[in-house]
Design a protein around this ligand. Structure first.
Ligand code: PNS
Length: 160
């Protein structure tokens, strides 16, 4: 039986924290699709194509990780792809309220959906896309937090 999971997010850009989560998920599920979506609360720094390209490059070594995008509701995507599981990463307490709200709203819209939370490795507990953009802006070291393709794109974008 194939057990598919959807890993949605803004991924602006993908960090080692996100990669840690998706690789953990790929060990549990037969297929995990990273889906780049719109968060109405955020205005992305990277275009959709740039985000997709970075994720594809960073996950190319793991066969059961797929990459896609969607511009509507998460539950629509999940239903259309005959999946029932959404993966989200949990870092510190500050994530909890928003995650709780989102998981319950999604379940209300699609009762069969389960949102499963995975915890990142301790070393990525405080890594976020906003943090890496800030480090890049002030020319700090990025290689601990993001894969080489993302480091390259961040440098290009801030220099350009
Ligand atoms: O990486 P993020 O920004 O925390 O991811 C949030 C995301 C994109 C998963 C969330 O905003 C989302 O699902 N957006 C699509 C619209 C939707 O379905 N919202 C859920 C209803 S609360």
């Amino acid at each position: 039986m194939t057990l598919k999971a959807i890993y949605p997010g803004t991924f602006d850009p993908i960090t080692y924290g996100h990669l840690d989560i998706v690789k953990r998920a790929a060990k549990i599920f037969s297929e995990v699709t990273v889906v780049v979506m719109n968060n109405p609360r955020k205005k992305p720094f990277f275009t959709l194509n740039e985000r997709l390209e970075m994720i594809k490059e960073a996950t190319k070594d793991v066969e059961n990780i797929k990459v896609d995008s969607h511009s509507g509701l998460l539950v629509q995507y999940v239903k259309e792809h005959s999946a029932k599981v959404v993966i989200r990463g949990l870092r510190a307490l500050e994530d909890f309220e928003y995650e709780f709200e989102m998981a319950l709203a999604n379940r209300e819209m699609y009762p069969e959906l389960e949102t499963i939370y995975l915890m990142t490795d301790l070393k990525y507990l405080f890594v976020s896309s906003s943090m890496v953009k800030e480090i890049a802006q002030f020319k700090g070291e990025l290689n601990k937090w993001v894969p080489p393709i993302v480091e390259k794109r961040l440098i290009e974008k801030f220099q350009g």
